[in-house]
Ligand binder design. Structure first.
Ligand SMILES: [Cu+2]
Length: 704
């Protein structure tokens, strides 16, 4: 519903802006009419624009009230208290002040005569109380347009007061000008000189342009990413602290503290650099991998060639399999990737120094260099790894692979364990791994089958459908679900970085998994390897909020949280790295102006994620798993749902919680890597942790 209301409001605002400018122009031209007949015609037409503006203001106000009645306050505070008044107040002014004067003028104007309007008509047709409401409507509509595309959410006083002051100033100026014109028109008929009006308008626009260009260009220039910047610099957000004790040192008397500090350090001044937050540095590893990053030209199963960036000369990189509790050592060698590489273990909560984020936890590994990661695989499940250096480019070109942690205890393992990593290869299209043609697999009836779905493709909502047998969703983002039940005719959607494990027992007939509604892209499983692609029935989308059965969790929605944050995802026009465009923002800003959420080790942290934007964002928090508490105010009632890459759709509000038990500097960003590369990224920072690494144009580190 939010979508419908928001779009109706946006459409009405666009028309309101256009119509009010037209109406203002028409009303101010009344005085130039050379005959009463013409004047009469013009006043009649103005009635039409008045009614249209009223209807549009009505739609705006109704949509705003509808959002207010159905959605979280962060969706409507600006709409109800800024948008609606900016539409309704000028229209009310028109009806109370301008419209009666318009009617009076109409009544007194002779619609037949070609005579020039007399002094009384001229005075009436230029009266400020008649003309100004239309002009105020036009001014308000521009402000409305501005506040729509630069929403002052989260609330910042100056973002409202500065535009409002300019608006008031312009309204006063116009009023004075109109009074003067009214006086002149009373004295003698005004002659319409189109070229003079145009010249004036051009001069005004040029002056406005010149005036605004200085702050505009300055803002553009200062938005350039600096030559070097510590990830810890910038705005810190200490959230809402239980008891409000912890935030006072940084914020004065506010409970919700946002400040610009150099770095949040612990009270006793003892800071731990992230380089010390490593996995076990000594001890014989249980499992070792060597991963070489290099350029390769490779072929998909269809024969299409890809100029790829590869790990170990294959796309995707080789699957890393390990067992729970093992000490894993991975040596990364960069052979020839000029941009540099790292290894980030997506979803695996490793110690901070092993997290593989260039500029936050290490320096990018440049050609000829090596880097060693050591960590204990503590979680069982489906994960993936990818470079977190120029990650948009790196992942697109192939620097990723799957990472599977098997349980330590031998168990009734699925006999067929199939990783389905889906990716859109540049210039070659969608594929499962390197298979862009239909795969056939022979699986004996009665075999337990596990499919591990991983979407590594950027900026897509990938759809997976399984037909031929009921199946269970056994894990989300690498964490097992409790008591999953059998599903049929349900499709599974994953945004970039998300994972689902699904399981079923192979029947005696074909079963097919297809990707993206494409019958040619999928895995056809059958007892003898043959069989036709089956029909796919209409399917509804799987929803994890009420799936499975509840189980004990270390905390839940009723827990007392030590700290609470609000994360607002939105679109707005903003300056970023020397350009001005519509960006996807976190709390009204793009990196490095996004806030850094600061926590203390041991705290229980709740975050409310609100997506006001027009598109979905898979929000990925490094180093922690978030327990999803509620969606749109409705609690998660099924199995506990732990996520590391949460699909937040437009209009949605999620409450998530995590335990701050992994100190470090952690990226928290949209995994639509195009969004992350355009600044939709921020950090979770532990008090008392510092990072010696830097990002910026003069450094080698470019995490996104
Ligand atoms: Cu995004």
């Amino acid at each position: 519903m939010y979508d419908i209301f928001a779009h109706s409001e946006l459409g009405a605002i666009l028309f309101f802006t256009i119509f009010s400018i037209i109406a203002a122009n028409k009303s101010s031209k009344l005085i130039y009419q050379s005959t009463e007949k013409q004047l009469y015609r013009r006043t009649r037409k103005l009635q039409f624009w008045t009614v249209s503006l009223t209807l549009l203001a009505g739609i705006i106000a109704a949509a705003d009230i509808a959002v207010a009645a159905t959605a979280h306050p962060l969706f409507w505070l600006d709409r109800l208290f800024i948008h609606a008044p900016l539409a309704v107040i000028p229209v009310a002014l028109i009806w109370f002040s301008a419209f009666p004067r318009l009617r009076r003028l109409m009544r007194r104007t002779n619609k037949q005569t070609g005579e020039q309007p007399d002094t009384a008509r001229r005075r009436q047709a230029s009266e400020p109380a008649f003309i100004m409401p239309y002009r105020i409507a036009a001014l308000c509509s521009v402000a409305l347009f501005y506040f729509t595309f630069v929403p002052p959410i989260p609330f910042v006083w100056t973002e409202i007061t500065i535009p409002s002051t300019i608006l008031l100033f312009l309204a006063c100026m116009l009023w004075m000008l109109q009074s003067r014109r009214n006086q002149m028109a009373t004295e003698a008929p005004l002659i319409y000189r189109p070229w003079r009006r145009r010249l004036k308008l051009t001069a005004v626009l040029l002056a406005a342009f010149a005036l605004s260009s200085v702050p505009f260009l300055t803002a553009m220039e200062t938005s350039r990413l600096p030559e070097s910047l510590s990830m810890m610099a910038g705005k810190t957000d200490y959230g809402k602290v239980a008891g409000a004790q912890a935030s006072t040192a940084h914020s004065g008397n506010h409970n919700h503290a946002v400040s610009t500090a150099a770095s949040p350090s612990s009270g006793d001044g003892s800071a731990v650099p992230v380089t010390e937050l490593t996995g076990p540095r000594t001890g014989e590893p249980d499992r070792q991998f060597t991963i070489t990053a290099q350029h390769m030209t490779l072929k998909l199963s269809s024969g299409k060639e890809i100029e790829a960036w590869t790990y170990n000369g294959q796309i995707p990189g080789e699957e890393l399999r390990m067992k729970e509790g093992e000490l894993v050592e991975v040596t990364l060698i960069n052979k020839d990737i000029e941009d540099g590489v790292t290894l980030h273990w997506h979803g695996l909560d490793v110690p901070n120094a092993e997290d593989g984020v260039a500029g936050a936890t290490q320096n990018a590994v440049m050609p000829g260099e090596t880097y060693t990661y050591r960590f204990i695989a503590e979680q069982v499940g489906t994960f993936w790894y990818h470079s977190h250096q120029h990650s948009k480019e790196a992942v697109r070109k192939g620097l990723f692979g799957s990472l599977i942690v098997e349980p330590a205890e031998p168990q009734a393992l699925p006999l067929e364990d199939i990783t389905v990593i889906t990716h859109n290869w540049e210039g070659a299209g969608m594929a499962i791994g390197a298979n862009d043609t239909l795969q056939r697999r022979t699986i004996a009836p009665g075999t337990a089958v596990k499919l591990r779905l991983i979407n590594t493709d950027d900026w897509v909502r990938q759809r997976y459908e399984l037909t031929g047998t009921p199946f269970k969703v056994t894990a989300i983002d690498g964490t097992d679900l409790n008591g999953p039940t059998a599903l049929e005719n349900q499709s599974l959607d994953l945004l970039t970085g998300g994972r689902y494990d699904i399981s079923f027992i192979m029947p005696d007939h074909p079963v097919m998994l297809r990707v993206g509604r494409d019958d040619k892209l999928g895995i056809l499983m059958s007892p003898d390897g043959s069989g036709e692609v089956p029909e796919f029935p209409a399917a509804t989308t799987f929803d994890p909020t009420h799936y499975g059965t509840p189980a004990e969790t270390p905390f839940d929605a009723d827990s007392a949280f030590d700290r609470e944050f609000t994360m607002v995802l939105d679109n707005r026009f903003a300056f970023y790295n020397g350009s001005f465009a519509a960006y996807d923002t976190i709390n009204g800003a793009v990196f490095p102006n996004t806030p850094m959420f600061v926590v203390k080790e041991g705290e229980l942290v709740k975050t409310t994620i609100v997506n006001r934007s027009a598109v979905e964002h898979p929000m990925h928090l490094h180093g922690h798993h978030m327990l999803v508490l509620s969606r749109n105010g409705e609690r998660v009632t099924g199995s506990p749902w732990w996520s590391d890459t949460l699909d937040v759709a437009p209009g949605e509000v999620y409450e998530v919680a995590f335990l701050a038990d992994n100190p470090g500097v952690w990226m928290d960003h949209c995994h639509n890597l195009v969004h992350a590369a355009a600044g939709m990224t921020m950090h979770l920072m532990y008090e008392g942790v510092t990072s010696p690494f830097e990002i910026g144009t003069d450094t080698r580190n470019h995490p996104e």
